[in-house]
Unconditional design. Structure first.
Ligand code: FNR
Length: 379
């Protein structure tokens, strides 16, 4: 049966991926309180049903950082996507380009910036984590610029990683050496299509962008250890300036959940923010993004664009986030599930589905243009 909802894509991904990968995508940190809140708080928002408002022509398009997009939506950076499908980042970037929405390439991707640039037909965004080695960071920024990346998404909510219990239980984390390898191999052979297509032929362990500083380490455990050693917990607002002087195109700060931080980002020259708690994968117990967003939108007061992510699982959820004050949304797990389930075609179909759902949500709420979506749509 073809998936008709994001939850169908999730189930298809569960059937397709080895357990340790599905749990990595699906899980959140600690008790997963914030992960659950992201979904539940958005879902709990009632939308006003408005009638007889001529919705014969509905325009779902929006402008995101100077470029027209078919939807007020971008694919969020999702690390290790080259493990979910063969050369997964290229597949997702192609689908996003075909659907007319931006794709964001994670720092920690299997495919390098250059490989995605060669394979995708539209400019994409590049996501950066602050790594201790500033010369390497400067080099990454130059590579992204050279490859034509049209915006930088600078993620600031991971000075240190939150623990995800599911990753320990699946053997992805905390199982170094042969023991962990064997557990993952055992899970992989139970998914022969994945093992053949991605595991054996997809070169999933290449980690294109950070390969130069991994010093020959290639195991997944080595990679997480490297992240722990090299992500810079000493980063402060002063470092934004360092990034700003090396990146002249739009700079979007991702991982803002507090109005004070939003004001700070604005004061320091950010071109936009992503209201995000990393999909409930970092501070467990933090506010859901749906709850945090209105106060942030009030603080920003339309002086810069706001994207929001966390829990977006339908076209209706896009409308809800916009009604709360966002100019656009990012989706993370939704596209990771679709890529896992059906590669590039899966991501394309999922985006078509979100677009159709968003269109209907707009029509039934009585609005014909994205710019008409505001808080008055909520009951
Ligand atoms: C992420 N996220 C993320 N964010 C980021 O800035 N860089 C990254 O490399 C990653 N990696 C990553 C991997 C996986 C498997 C997930 C699920 C998420 C966070 C992501 O960009 C986004 O903020 C959330 O996924 C949004 O929540 P939803 O849409 O997944 O509910």
């Amino acid at each position: 049966m073809k998936p008709v909802s994001i939850s169908d894509y999730r189930q298809a991904a569960r059937r397709r991926l080895p357990r340790f990968l599905f749990e990595y995508i699906d899980g959140g940190s600690y008790s997963e309180t914030t992960l659950k809140r992201n979904v539940a708080d958005l879902e709990a928002l009632a939308v006003r049903q408005r009638v007889l408002r001529n919705v014969s022509v509905i325009d779902t398009s929006a402008t995101l950082f100077g470029a027209k997009a078919a939807l007020p939506l971008a694919l969020a950076p999702v690390g290790l996507s080259g493990l979910y499908g063969r050369r997964g980042e290229v597949q997702a970037a192609r689908a996003a380009a075909a659907s007319g929405v931006p794709f964001t390439l994670s720092t920690v991707s299997a495919c390098s910036i250059e490989e995605v640039a060669a394979g995708a037909s539209a400019p994409f965004w590049f996501q950066l984590y602050m790594i201790r080695d500033r010369a390497f960071m400067a080099d990454l920024l130059a590579r992204a610029d050279e490859a034509g990346c049209s915006a930088l998404v600078f993620t600031v909510d991971m000075p240190m990683p939150g623990a995800r219990y599911r990753d320990y239980r699946s053997g992805l984390a905390g199982a170094p050496g042969l023991g962990g390898d064997l557990r993952r191999i055992f899970q992989a052979v139970q998914r022969p299509a994945w093992a053949w297509n991605v595991g054996l032929h997809g070169r999933p362990h290449t980690l294109g962008n950070v390969a130069p500083v991994l010093e020959g380490r290639s195991g997944i455990e080595d990679f997480f250890a490297w992240m722990g050693e090299n992500f810079d917990p000493g980063v402060t607002w002063d470092d934004l300036d360092w990034v700003r002087t090396r990146w002249r195109k739009p700079m979007i700060i991702k991982g803002v959940l507090d109005p004070d931080d939003a004001r700070q980002a604005l004061d320091l020259g950010a071109d936009g923010i992503v209201v995000s708690n990393h999909g409930g994968r970092q501070l467990d117990g933090a506010l859901s993004t749906a709850r945090a967003l209105p106060a942030i939108a009030a603080a920003v007061d339309r002086r810069m664009p706001i994207l929001a992510d966390g829990g977006v699982r339908s076209g209706l959820d896009i409308l809800r986030m916009l009604a709360l004050g966002a100019d656009g949304v990012m989706i993370g797990r939704a596209w990771a599930y679709a890529l896992s389930a059906g590669g590039s075609a899966g991501v394309s179909r999922m985006l078509d589905m979100l677009k159709a759902e968003f269109r209907v949500a707009m029509g039934l709420a009585g609005v014909a243009a994205v710019s008409d979506i505001d808080v008055s749509l909520l009951a």
